[in-house]
Design a protein around this ligand. Structure first.
Ligand code: PEP
Length: 255
C-alpha cells in the first residue's frame, strides 16, 4: 500500500515574509492530516529558517536541487550534507526547468541521485516529455529513456527509497493538465519499466507523483488513478487555500 505524497515546489518564488504567512496557514490547516505525506520545497536560502518553522509539524522540508560532490570548489552549489545539516529530508532532482534551462542531463541527475541516496535524503526525480515529443507519439520512449538514464545502477533498496515525478513539460505552469487517463498510462508504463529494471516488488513500492498544473479542480480524479501516488505541485503550492484543498482531497482518497 503506497501512501499518497504531495509536495509543493515553490521554484524561485516568495520572500521571507510571504513564505512565513503561507507556512502559518499550512501548519494551521494541515496539522491533523496523517493519511498523506506532505512537503514544501522552498528556495535554498530560506531552507534553514523554514526548517525551524516546520520543526515538529507534519510538513517535511525539501530542496529544489543539490550538487553531487561532498565539498570543494563548486561556486554556487550546495551539498547533500548541507541540506541535511539544515533539516531537509527531500530534494527534487532533474526538474524539467533544470534540464531545459540549466542543461542537466540524465547522467548528471544519476550522479546527483546516487549522492542523495548515499546521504540518506529522499530524492524526487522528475521525468516528462515535451509537447513536440508527445505529438510525435514519443512519450513512452522519452520517459523510458529518462528513467533508464537517471536511475541506472541503483540498488533495489535505493530504488525503493526514490520518489519519481512524472511531469509532462507541456503541462508545467501552462494551466494544461494531463487527463487522468493520459497520466495513468505513463505512470503504469513507468511502473512496468521499474519492474523490469529492478523487480516487480520494488516497482510496487515506488511512489510516482504526477506534476503539471495540478489544481484543486480535478485533482481527486488524477490522484484516484491506480498508479498515481501523489502530486508535485508548482503554482498551486504558493496559494495556501489551493495547496490545502489539494491535500485535503488527497486525504479522502481510498485506493
Ligand atoms: C512543478 O513545478 O513541478 C510544476 C508541476 O509546476 P505547476 O504545478 O505550476 O505546473
Amino acid at each position: 500500500m503506497r501512501k499518497l505524497f504531495i509536495a509543493g515546489n515553490w521554484k524561485m518564488n516568495l520572500l521571507r515574509s510571504s513564505s512565513q504567512e503561507l507556512l502559518a496557514k499550512l501548519k494551521g490547516s494541515l496539522a491533523a492530516i496523517d493519511q498523506v505525506d506532505i512537503a514544501v520545497c522552498p528556495p535554498a536560502v530560506y531552507l534553514s529558517d523554514i526548517a525551524q518553522v516546520l520543526a515538529g509539524s507534519n510538513i517535511g522540508l525539501g530542496a529544489q536541487n543539490v550538487y553531487s560532490q561532498p565539498e570543494g570548489a563548486f561556486t554556487g552549489e550546495v551539498s547533500c550534507a548541507m541540506l541535511l545539516d539544515v533539516g531537509c529530508r527531500y530534494v527534487i532532482l532533474g526538474h524539467s526547468e533544470r534540464r531545459a534551462i540549466f542543461g542537466e542531463t540524465d547522467a548528471l541527475v544519476n550522479e546527483k541521485l546516487k549522492a542523495v541516496l548515499a546521504a540518506g535524503l529522499t530524492p524526487i526525480v522528475c521525468v516528462g516529455e515535451t509537447l513536440q515529443e508527445r505529438e510525435a507519439a514519443r512519450t513512452l520512449e522519452v520517459v523510458g529513456s529518462q528513467c533508464r538514464g537517471s536511475l541506472a545502477g541503483l540498488s533495489l533498496d535505493h530504488m525503493e527509497q526514490t520518489v519519481l515525478a512524472y511531469e509532462p513539460v507541456w503541462a508545467i505552469g501552462t494551466g494544461k493538465t494531463a487527463t487522468p487517463a493520459q497520466a495513468e498510462e505513463v505512470h503504469a508504463e513507468i511502473r512496468n519499466l521499474l519492474a523490469t529494471m529492478f523487480s516487480p516488488a520494488v516497482a510496487q513500492k515506488v511512489i510516482i507523483q504526477y506534476g503539471g498544473s495540478v489544481k484543486p479542480d480535478g485533482v481527486a480524479d488524477i490522484l484516484s488513478q491506480p498508479n498515481i501516488d501523489g502530486g508535485l505541485v508548482g503554482g498551486a503550492s504558493l496559494k495556501a487555500d489551493q495547496f490545502i484543498s489539494i491535500i485535503e482531497q488527497a486525504a479522502k482518497i481510498k485506493k
